[in-house]
Design a protein around this ligand. Sequence first.
Ligand code: TLP
Length: 339
Amino acid sequence: MNYIDIRSDTVTKPSKGMREAMFNAEVGDDVFGEDPTINKLQERCAGLTGKERALYVSSGCLGNQLSVKSHTQPGDEIILESESHIFNYETAAPSIISNVQVMTVVGENGIMQLDELKKFVRTKEYYFPRTRLICLENTHNRAGGVIQPIEYIKEISNFARENGIKLHMDGARIFNAYVETGITIKEYASYFDSISFCFSKGLGAPVGSIICGTNEFITIAHRWRKILGGGMRQAGILAAAALYALDNNIERLKEDNNKAKYFAKEISNLDWINLNPELVHTNIVVFSTSKFAKPDFIKIMKEKGVLISAGSFENLRAVFHLDVSMDEVKTAVEVIKNL
Ligand code: TLP
């Protein structure tokens, strides 16, 4: 069956143009720093984010974990929003790789309120762990693609800097925020010590993410990428896909956000769907249903040709991307309406 696959924007497949760019990529041994396409991508991303240096990594998880590792020492404490990807979906890696303790703060729709967050920052008593790092996720996956407001980011950034705490952005889907707000990646990044983003989600590349920060930060991350087995060789073939994505697939993310908004508005009219369309800022729709148990809903939808995924707790998740057309979105809506 030809499924309408809205489980995630990670399911996108490289287009013909992207494959051609990959085919034609100049490559070299990146462990020697000699892959021209990777070097080009890293320079481009450093420029894009206004940071000193960038490092190409195989996944969003690796990017986040290298960032945590590079900012912390064993025994430090890091603050994460309780629904964040780093806390929920990265196999407790901060405790394994960085030997840090995680303090979670319950946010409102993925946003940690500053007054609340401040309560969790440790004072300097010798017996407390040291609060070393705060991470924000923009857009926020489990909250349903919520955009962190810029004024709030500024406040957290000021607070973190005043208190000697590093700030990292898991910007896996930061471009979905950019096409909505018009706030450049450079501006977003300027409030953070490090930022990671993914090419393998809405941007449509098959593999890869990037982390950007100071020279010192990237030097540490580069070493740890090697320790963790993440040093790649002629991976310019993959970096070419990422460059193609930056050239061709950013502005079109607005279409994906619009598909999500349409889908959310339509299904929110059903009295057995719980969903606030106002909270659909970008390409992810998180909702729940009072009519079906969550596994049943996923199973029935699959039987009718639509793949959707499980979100947190009772939630279901639909994610819109370049490999799902507006007609397919309309079909998915009709399938739900007819259940
Ligand atoms: N998210 C995946 C799943 O892991 C849930 C998805 O389908 O959305 N940060 C954020 C905010 C993410 O959503 C993801 C992937 C990552 C990091 C990790 O990226 P990868 O999968 O490349 O390691």
